[in-house]
Design a protein around this ligand. Sequence first.
Ligand SMILES: *Cc1c(COP(=O)(O)O)cnc(C)c1O
Length: 443
Amino acid sequence: MPNSTNQFIKPVSCRVNSNGNLEIGGCDLVELAQKYGTPLYVLDEETIRAVCRDYKKAFSLYKKVNMMYASKALCTMATSALMYSEGFGFDVVSAGEMYTVYKAGVDMSKVLFNGNNKSVDELAMAIDLGVGRISVDNFFELSLLDELAKSRNKSVDILLRITPGIECHTHEYIQTGHLDSKFGFDLTQIDEAVEFVLSSNLKLHGLHAHIGSQIFETAVYRDEIDILIRELARLDEKFGLKLDEINIGGGLGVKYVDSDLPPSTYEIANVIISAIEDAIKKYNIDAPAIFLEPGRSIISTAGVTLYTLGSSKQVPKGRKYFAVDGGMADNARPSMYQAEYCAVVANKPEENSLQTVTIAGRFCESGDILIHNIELPELEEGDILCVFNTGAYNYSMASNYNRVEKPAMVLVNNSQSDIIVSRETLDDLIAHDIIPDRLRVDV
Ligand SMILES: *Cc1c(COP(=O)(O)O)cnc(C)c1O
C-alpha cells in the first residue's frame, strides 16, 4: 500500500540545498530566518496538498465521503482557502474558527460546528451563517438550539455527538470516546435525545463520534463504526428514522519521532470502508454517507518551526542546555503532553551529531523544555534550529505568555515564500489594554 505524508517526519519537499542548508518548498530555511525573523512557523504547501489528495484517493472507492478538515489543528484564512481548494469542508469549534473559514470564502454549507459548550451567540451565528451541520453534544444544547431555530422560524440540520465507549491508547487528555468523557451523549441517552428532536425544529441526519487523537491502531475505527451503524439501525427500527450520515471524527496519527509508526491514509481507508461494508450487512441498512474530520494528519508534517539558538549552559556533571528564542508559548505540546520532537540545525544539516543536548525554551517555567536529549552537532549562538512536525496544535495553542509576540507564519512552495500570519508587534500586545483615568501617569 502506498505511504502518505503523515508517515514521514519531514515535509515532502525538505532537502539539503547547494548552500549546504536545509530547504523546504525550494526556500532556504536560513534565508527565511533572516528575512522574517525567528521563531518562524514554516508551512509546506506541497505536503498539505499531498496528504489532502492521499485522503481523497484513499477514500475514492467509497462514493459518499465528505472530507472535513478539523480547523482546531491550525486555523488561518490562507490554510482554510488552501484546503477548500482541495475540496475539503471544515469542522469548527468556535465563533473564531467559524469566522475565519467564512472570511476565507468557504461555502458555509460545507462546515460542521462542534463543541461541548457552544454559546448561545455561537449557535445563533452558526444558524445565521448557514452552517451545514451542527453536531449537538448534550441536552442543554438541544433545547437551546431548538429555541433559536423556532425564534427564527427555521429548521436546523444536526448530528448527535455520541460517546461510543471505546478506549484507544493515546495520551489521556486526547482520548475522547471512552465512557466517562466530557464529550457527547452516552449511548443510553440517545433515545431521549431523538425523542426531543422529533418534536423540535431540528432535523437529525445522523450520528457523530470522535474517539481520540494521534491514533496508531486501526481496530478502534472498526469498533467505532460498528457502534455507529448499529445505532442507525436501531433508531430506524425504534423510531422509523432513516438516518444516512455517520461522522467518524479524526484522529489519524503522525510521525513525530522514529518510534512513531502511524498507518497511512490508505490503510485507514481500507479498515473504515471494510468496517462499513461489514456493519451494513450485519445490521441490514443502506450504506450511509461518511464524514471524516482529520486535523493533525493533514497539517502537522507540513509545518516546521525555526528558532535561533542563544545561550547555553553546562550543568556540572549534568545536562548541556541550549536555549532557543521560543518555546512553550509557540509550542505547548512538550510541556502539556510530554510530546517529543525531532530537529536538525538548518545551517549544518549534514554535520555529524556529536553530543546529546537539551533544547530549552525562553519562557519562565522550568517545564519549558522543547526537546529532551537530542543528538546534535557542535552548536553555537546564531545557529538556526528546525523543529519538525509543528504544523498541528502549535500555532493554534499559542499564547502570549511572558508577553512575547506570537511568531509569523510563512507558506512555502516553488521557491516562493508568502507570509500568511504576520508576526505580532509590541503594540499588538497592548492593543486591548486600558488604563483607568485614576491610574494614568503623565508621561
Ligand atoms: C480534535 C477533533 C478532530 C481532529 O482530531 P485530529 O486528531 O487532529 O485528527 C476531529 N473531530 C473532533 C470532533 C475533534 O474534537
